[in-house]
Design a protein. Structure first.
Length: 229
């Protein structure tokens, strides 16, 4: 009996000790929090006087998605605004043209508007209208969309040819309203560029053959005639 009483007394003393320890935990946590706040305040003060430097965390930006940048997309998408290496054909003054047959400005071909176009009015059927430009071998490439203007008379048909000096570099064959062709040709060796269009229909009709947004690409190191000293 005496041994059981002693064991029970010991257990009670242990429980009282555990309970006393648990009561001290909140106070210890409060003290630790106060200490951490004091350390943070000290670091802030030292950083403000320049005694220490606090580095910001490095943030790594995600890699850019494949494809053209927003700026590049805006430049290529802006209608009527070529890059610095491009010259619109309507900026080049022809050295030979058939008077009122040669026109410039916005034209609609096959439902699409081309703001910087060169167009050639089609005279009497079978009669060729010719326009010649001096390129001076400054350009590498010619690019345009060919078709009849949507305002042309329905019977109108035409055939256009493009010459680099005396070499034929493009022959459209006969085309009609409501069709268009994307054309790219090398003109790197061309001193002169000639556009020649001929109405081929069997009846009288009025309209225009349009070289939509015709552009020339300058060779490296070349400048436009307007920017030359």
């Amino acid at each position: 009996m005496g041994g059981q009483a002693t064991a029970g007394h010991r257990r009670r003393r242990r429980w009282r000790a555990v309970a006393g320890f648990l009561k001290t935990i909140p106070g210890a946590l409060t003290a630790i929090g106060t200490l951490l706040a004091a350390v943070a305040g000290l670091l802030t003060a030292l950083a403000q006087i320049g005694f220490i430097q606090v580095r910001s965390p490095i943030v790594v930006s995600p890699p850019a998605a494949h494809g053209p940048s927003t700026a590049a997309a805006g430049e290529t998408a802006a209608a009527g605004q070529p890059g610095p290496s491009l010259v619109y054909l309507d900026e080049v003054t022809p050295i030979q043209q058939p008077g009122s047959w040669y026109r410039k400005g916005s034209r609609t071909v096959n439902g699409r508007a081309y703001a910087r176009s060169v167009s050639i009015a089609q005279p009497a059927r079978g009669q060729t209208a010719t326009t010649i430009y001096n390129l001076g071998r400054r350009y590498a490439e010619l690019r345009f969309t060919l078709g009849l203007s949507d305002s042309s008379d329905p019977p109108l048909q035409s055939k256009c040819q493009v010459f680099a000096d005396h070499d034929l570099i493009y022959d459209s064959g006969t085309f009609v309203r409501g069709t268009s062709s994307e054309v790219v040709r090398d003109v790197g060796d061309a001193f002169d560029l000639t556009l020649a269009c001929t109405p081929t229909q069997s009846v009288g009709a009025d309209g225009e053959a349009v070289f939509g947004d015709a552009q020339l690409t300058l060779k490296l190191g070349q400048v436009t005639a307007t920017s030359m000293p």
